[in-house]
Design a protein around this ligand. Sequence first.
Ligand SMILES: [Zn+2]
Ligand SMILES: [Zn+2]
Length: 142
Amino acid sequence: MLNLMVYLCRMIEEVLKGWLPSGLAIAGIMWFVFALILGLAILVPLLIGILVWRDAERRGLNRVWALAAALIPNFLGLIAYLIVASQHKPKIQCPECNNSVERDANNCFMCGHSFVLASCPKCNKAVSPEWKVCPACGQQLE
Ligand SMILES: [Zn+2]
Ligand SMILES: [Zn+2]
């Protein structure tokens, strides 16, 4: 009986030895972790840079300035950019001349295209100048 116990303990020991990482495996894991950290250190700013670049383009901001600010360490520039960007509304494109116009502009300053919403003569709901029929009440528009 005792012999069996000792035999079992030796077996468990053998199995554990096989599973425990050797010095080589530990070095491999350390390299992997190091590569992972290095990869993240490059990938994260790259990702932020791409996102900021596109966002600045959409908002009509200076992209190079936005990119430079976003890559300041400790995300201070990114926070500053987000504050500035939140005050810049995305621009809209004029359907007639493709000019970029502020979203809350009433007219395109290049061709005079009107963005103002008219109102339905029947139900007074806001309608677009291009619409033929009021979507709310079905009234024929001009
Ligand atoms: Zn226009
Ligand atoms: Zn209507």
